[in-house]
Structure formats: C-alpha cells, structure tokens
Design a protein around this ligand. Structure first.
Ligand code: FAD
Length: 351
C-alpha cells in the first residue's frame, strides 16, 4: 500500500502525454487537474487542499467524529481543523470556497451521523483556551463585581472552578455541564435556573465574511437552550462573563452539592450526550418518557438510560441511526400517550 503523500506525487509524476482534466463534485467544489494517467483519486488529492498547509494549527483528514463526541458516535469529517489563532480562521474562511463549515465544541450535545460530516469541521478546543484574570470593579449599586474574558475553547466547568478561586459567584451551578464556552453560548447551557446567558456581557464572533464582531448582551437573545444571534451565528471566539463577589465556602459547597447530585442522577459512566429533549413548559422530558414506559428501551446499541429517561446512552458500538430511530420512537410514543410534542435539544450534524 502506498502512503497518501506518495499517491499524490504519483498523480503529478506519471507521464501520459495529454493533460487530462477531471472534474469531481467534492465538498470543496474545486476542479481536480491531473497531469497524467488517473491512478488513484481521493479527496486528499484535491489541489485546492494545498491551502491547508498554511494553517499553523493542526489539520486532519477523514477524522472520525466518534473521537470528538461524548456519545462516541459519528463517521469521518472530510477535513478537521484545530486552528491555532485568528489568522488560521481567516485562512479557512478565505480559502474554503463552497465547502460547508461546521463548528465543533466538545461534542457533548451532538449526534454526528454515521457517514460523517462533509466539508470542514473547525474546533477551537486546542488554540482558543485563554482565560483572563478577573477585572474587579464596583458597580453603581456598590456591589463588587468582576469581568472575565474567556475564549470559546475553554471548558465551562473549568471556568466555574476558576471563578470560584476568586470567590466569584454566578456560575457555580454550571460546574458539572461538560462542553466548551462556544457550545454553552450557542445552546445557552444552564442548570438549576441559571444559564450562561445571565452572566454574559458580550460575545465576539467571526462572521462567515471574515469580520470580527463584538456583540453586546442586548444584541443577543438568550432563550431556553438556544441563543439567537443577529444575522446568523458565525464562529464564536470569545466573550466576557460578569460575576459578583461572593462567599468562597458557599460557592464551593454549591459546586460540591451540584456535582454529587449530577453523578447520582445522570448516567455519567456511559457515553451520552446529556438531555436529548428540551423540557416542555411545566414538565420534564424525563418524566414524560418514563411515563410512556420507555425507560430502558433499546434500539441496536442505543438505549434510554435507566438512570435518567431523557438521556440516550451508547451501550457499545451504537450507530447514529440507532439513536435517530430511538428518538423517533420516543417522540411518537410520548405524543400518543401524553399528547406532548417533545422538541429536540440535541444537535444532529452531518449526512
Ligand atoms: C453528561 C452531560 C450532562 C449535561 N448537562 C447539561 C446541563 O445540565 N445543562 C445544559 O444546558 N446542557 C447539558 N449538557 C449538554 C452540553 O454539555 C451543553 O449543551 C454544552 O454547552 C455543549 O457544549 P459543547 O462545547 O460540547 O458543544 P457541541 O456539542 O460541540 O456543539 C453544540 C452546538 O454548539 C455549536 N458550537 C460549538 N462551539 C461553537 C463555536 N465556537 N462557535 C459557534 N458554534 C459553536 C455547534 O456547532 C453545535 O451546534 C450535558 C451533556 C452531557 C454529556
């Protein structure tokens, strides 16, 4: 077996006399010009991928999404990039052509389909991990407050513990939520009546036109598990969190209680993606699913958790199609037995 770089070299080096032009519908939408006999053709040979060499961060091809989702499910992404900095992001936007972009956080609220994600998956989890020291100030009402600037690749749980080190209160209830700030801002992640939107002062994003925009909180609408951004979403790169000075012991106790509650109620030892459905007004999706008799229901290797009925777990080797079939079944049964139409919280990505 020839290695990929050798296969690519052969394409250019094999003499055939005539210039053959092969057009192939790739996700990057470019034409493949092959000088020589066509020996082997795959997306890694598309010359338009050459710009990827300008990326300072990491570039991988055919990267399995199952390695990047908490459910451990998902086929390959055509191109997977871990940009180092904003310059890398701008290179991507400048060169991607018509290739679709998908922004990945920690993949903790994500179902990636079995055939993977076409185009480019961008993850900030390596290069965008800076948290500033809190900037303390006194508000007009005399309260001691602080602003922390945090990049989108930072984990929400880490930020909650970091804030606690400075006795800052406001996000201690979010400590057990896995995932990055980028994902938390997109989903307006929250627990126990507190959500990230309540403490967010601004979010900075890179638009698909390559512009960096700082959005103040009054330009954002933080709904239940969904944030609305003006004129589309873009890639969230950093934001400012505003917290209040509190009592260090109280903050720590809240975090400890919260983590203990989570591990007693959630199936944290098996791959899962958190709550699959949003809680309907005045009720919980978990209670409805349980009342429809679906706790423990399994399709393929995907099952409704025994510990928490709004969690679907991967019992080992589950496929995205198993999860999707289970989701459909749950929606149908709950609708039939309770009349409630459950709405998906989980993000489904890919083909
Ligand atoms: C065990 C467990 C418990 C959980 N408990 C809770 C809970 O209590 N409350 C709660 O709200 N959620 C919970 N979740 C769900 C999940 O952790 C949150 O929704 C989290 O905020 C998702 O972050 P992520 O980085 O993993 O995002 P992903 O799952 O990677 O992505 C989610 C969405 O955000 C987008 N996105 C991610 N980063 C960016 C970015 N930088 N720019 C633009 N778009 C981006 C993605 O495209 C996708 O649409 C839980 C999940 C698990 C596995």
């Amino acid at each position: 077996m020839l290695s990929e770089p050798w296969k690519r070299k052969l394409i250019y080096l094999t003499p055939s006399g005539a210039l053959s032009k092969v057009t192939r519908p790739t996700s990057l939408g470019a034409e493949i010009v092959v000088l020589g006999r066509k020996l082997y053709q795959s997306k890694t040979m598309n010359p338009s991928y050459l710009w990827l060499q300008k990326i300072q961060g990491e570039v991988r091809t055919d990267e399995l999404m199952s390695d990047h989702t908490s459910l451990r499910i998902g086929g390959p992404a055509d191109v997977f990039i871990l940009p180092k900095d904003i310059a890398d992001l701008q290179t991507i936007l400048k060169n991607k052509g018509t290739a679709p972009l998908f922004f990945l956080g920690e993949g903790t609220n994500l179902l990636a389909r079995d055939s993977g994600i076409r185009g480019i998956v961008v993850s900030l989890k390596e290069g965008f991990k800076t948290v500033s020291r809190p900037l303390f100030y006194k508000s007009i009402d005399g309260k001691e407050k602080a602003v922390i600037k945090v990049q989108a690749g930072v984990k929400l749980s880490y930020l909650a513990k970091y804030a606690a080190r400075y006795s800052l209160t406001g996000i201690e209830h979010l400590v057990g939520i896995p995932g990055s700030l980028g994902g938390a801002w997109t989903m307006n992640a929250g627990a126990e009546g507190v959500d990230i939107g309540q403490v967010t002062r601004s979010i900075t994003r890179l638009t698909t036109r390559g512009e960096i925009e700082k959005l103040k909180r009054d330009q954002l609408i933080f709904n239940y598990r969904k944030t609305q951004f003006p004129a589309g979403h873009g890639l969230l790169i950093e934001g400012e969190i505003e917290l209040e000075k509190g009592d260090a012991v109280e903050i720590q106790n809240t975090m400890d209680e919260h983590l203990a509650k989570r591990s007693s109620r959630q199936p944290l030892t098996v791959p899962n993606s958190g709550s699959v459905f949003k809680n309907p007004e005045g009720d919980t999706a978990g209670r409805l699913i349980e009342s429809a008799g679906l706790k423990g229901k399994t399709i393929g290797s995907a099952g409704v958790s025994i510990k928490h009925a709004n969690f679907i777990v991967n019992k080992g080797g589950a496929k995205a199609t198993d999860v999707l079939k289970l989701i459909r079944l749950i929606k149908e049964e709950v609708k039939e037995k309770t009349g409630v139409e459950l709405e998906l919280e989980l993000v489904v990505a890919g083909e």
